[in-house]
Design a protein around this ligand. Structure first.
Ligand SMILES: *[C@@H]1O[C@H](CO)[C@@H](O)[C@H](O)[C@H]1NC(C)=O
Length: 647
């Protein structure tokens, strides 16, 4: 019975997908007809012979189109939004970096749209006041670097879910409209806006209002002069009576709310007590290195065994892992728990466990506390974005588990552990420390991973956000793999400020802002750490008066020449490589520039490291002749492993 209805349902679903798919294909082809494609062979794959989801720039989820990402295609012509209304699952559109212009397209026909990117195009028009009316789901709107004119449309300021708004680098004029709520990010810089900045925006970073000349009031330092009425506070007398009535209603509602809260707290506390007994919540004592799943034997007392067992089973029943990659085969949380799990360590976000699947793969499960900044849908969307990343220096997330009270990430186990362990704990690992060529190779890989993140997560201010040596893993060949990237949108703001590396940057400590160069500062600190062997956290932190951190210590100790005391003695012999090491040190220091304007950007930092390799390959003759006499083997420029003093 059940199985036949299941088969029936699957057939219905299949038919739906096929029929719907065909209409999506037609919609997209119609849309394509309105475009003029400058890039040669740009949309060649958009052809009935190919399945729609394989077309370039078409983003699908379970066979339905949810996004179009047509960036850098030299597109012009007009956008046939009407045609796109045939795509019922469409949520995201990006036409960044093209040559689009003409009247503002009627995006509001796509009511369910969540993000829209039109940055770096050639729009040279006023946007109609009602252009965003009815777009209740719009979260991200990027219109920067066009030539939009006229006033900022009022419908935008009323958009209920707007989180990110970039209008910078246009020609908007007039006053900033009253926003109904404060977006997380709002960049209005380099326009021709004037008048008072609405109160609700007064706590935002002043940078976002720069380059407008006519703006005044907080967060800027300029006061408005008379013609502008300051922060309209509609204290109307005629409304007094009705407000009296409102007070009474409010008081009653408040009383009810208090009662509800008390009941809620009681339920919550009860729930917590129960949850404490659940498996993964049980924090391991320092002595027990093995966390065994309650399904097998428990090392805890007999009495708690049964309740644990029950809690575990209940959890498994309500549990599904969401997979971001399928190259590892499918497994369930159940499989991860069945295997004996070993605690790898507990980072600031929660513990990680190593576990062996029955198919022989070693996986790591990492718990994340502090992760309820985003709603379910937003979380899943962000995870999908992270799942699409693919770079040899990034640790891929294989699957994740999302429940309100528990969030887990599953990834591959990486053989050699973290860079931090190798730099600072190699003696207790019983291993030699890393030699210079290996250290340089690691830094280079980290730079490359970061550059990739910056290119592929352009909407995040600090696409990594949490770069430090304990978040860089080393594989069997000592190639670095970054982990814990892209977390900022998901971590509670409060915890993020307390825990994440981006929030320890000088620009955050001094000006409460995170910029595109904040990750570069993290890279700089990592370079200095790898060269000096000093632990960045061992310098006094967060103290605003004392400037002493690793970067300023290196800066004040570095006299522009080779000083062996400055560098990690464990690096072994450095024959002939002093010049290279000094060059990397200088790169590290430029990445740590306190003044963000002077700091390298990520591309420059990576290029400088690549230049170092090129110079090495061409042979730095001057330097070589000076130091050749001291070299052990004459021609060998790197440090061979025999050259390291292993004692
Ligand atoms: C804001 O816009 C300006 C001008 O385009 C740009 O330089 C700056 O990086 C932007 N800031 C953010 C946080 O996007």
């Amino acid at each position: 019975m059940e199985s036949t209805s299941l088969v029936f349902l699957s057939i219905v679903y299949l038919v739906l997908v096929v029929v719907h798919g065909a209409s999506e294909t037609e919609s997209l082809l119609k849309f394509k007809n309105s475009l003029v494609i400058g890039r040669e062979n740009g949309l060649k794959s958009w052809h009935r012979r190919n399945p729609t989801c394989k077309w370039i720039g078409v983003l699908c989820d379970r066979g339905f189109v949810w996004g179009l990402q047509l960036e850098n295609f030299e597109l012009s012509g007009y956008l046939d939004i009407e045609a796109l209304t045939g795509l019922k699952s469409l949520r995201s559109l990006s036409f960044m970096n093209n040559k689009l212009g003409g009247p503002f397209p009627e995006f509001k026909k796509l009511v369910a749209l969540k993000s829209l990117y039109l940055s770096n195009n050639q729009f040279d028009v006023k946007i109609p006041k009602d252009a965003f009316d009815g777009m209740g789901w719009l979260k991200k709107l990027h219109l920067e670097h066009n030539k939009f004119r006229g006033e900022i449309p009022a419908s935008l300021a009323n958009s209920p879910k707007l989180l990110e708004l970039r209008l910078d680098g246009n020609r908007f004029t007039g006053q900033i409209p009253e926003f109904t709520h404060k977006p997380h990010m709002l960049n209005l810089s380099n326009n021709a806006l004037a008048g008072p900045i609405p109160k609700i925006l007064s706590t935002m970073d002043p940078k976002f209002f720069e380059g407008n000349n006519g703006l005044c009031e907080k967060p800027l330092d300029t006061k408005c002069s008379s013609p502008y009425s300051l922060s309209p506070e509609p204290k109307d007398n005629s409304k007094k009576k009705s407000s009296m009535f409102l007070y009474i209603v409010a008081a009653v509602v408040a009383a009810l709310a208090v009662i509800l809260i008390i009941i809620g707290v009681i339920i919550f506390l009860n729930h917590r007590r129960k949850k404490k007994q659940s498996l993964l919540t049980a924090e391991p004592g320092p002595s027990s290195l093995q966390l065994r799943a309650g399904i097998q034997e428990s090392e805890k007392g007999q009495s708690s065994y049964h309740s644990q067992n029950r809690a575990a089973k209940r959890m498994i029943h309500t549990t599904k892992l969401s997979f971001l990659r399928d190259d590892k085969g499918k497994f369930e949380l159940q499989d991860l728990l069945k295997a004996s799990a070993e605690i790898l360590g507990s980072g600031c976000f929660g513990a990680s466990y190593k576990t062996l699947l029955s198919n022989g793969s070693l996986m790591v499960v990492k718990r994340f506390k502090h992760m309820n900044n985003a709603g379910t849908e937003e979380f899943q969307e962000h995870m999908k974005r992270l799942g699409r990343l693919n770079h040899e220096n990034l640790l891929p997330i294989v699957a994740y588990y999302y429940k309100k009270e528990e969030k887990l990430f599953v990834s591959d186990f990486v053989g050699k552990g973290s860079l931090a362990a190798h730099l600072h704990g190699h003696k207790s690992l019983g291993q030699p420390s890393l030699d210079w060529p290996t250290r340089f190779n690691i830094v280079k890989g980290v730079g490359q991973g970061l550059l990739y993140l910056h290119k592929n997560l352009p909407s995040l201010m600090a696409p990594h956000g949490h770069l430090k040596s304990s978040n860089v893993l080393l594989n069997e060949n000592f190639e670095p793999l970054l982990m814990d990237y892209g977390l900022i949108p998901m971590i509670n703001e409060e915890s993020a400020q307390e825990l994440m590396v981006a929030y320890k940057s000088p620009e955050y400590l001094k000006q409460s802002r995170v910029t595109k160069k904040t990750d570069v500062w993290g890279l700089g600190v990592l370079i200095l750490e790898i060269l000096t062997g000093k632990i960045p956290e061992s310098f006094p932190q967060n103290s605003k008066d004392s400037e002493e951190d690793l970067a300023s210590w290196v800066k004040s100790s570095f006299r522009g020449e080779w000083t062996p005391e400055l560098f990690d003695q464990e690096m072994g012999k450095t024959n002939n490589c002093e010049a290279e090491i000094l060059k990397l040190l200088r790169i590290g220091l430029s990445c740590c520039e306190v003044d963000v304007e002077k700091r390298l950007d990520i591309r420059e930092a990576v290029e400088k490291m690549e230049d170092l390799i090129k110079e090495r390959e061409q042979g730095d003759d001057d330097f070589y002749s000076t130091y050749a006499s001291e070299a052990d083997g004459g021609s060998s420029r790197g440090v061979s492993s025999e050259a390291i003093n292993l004692s």
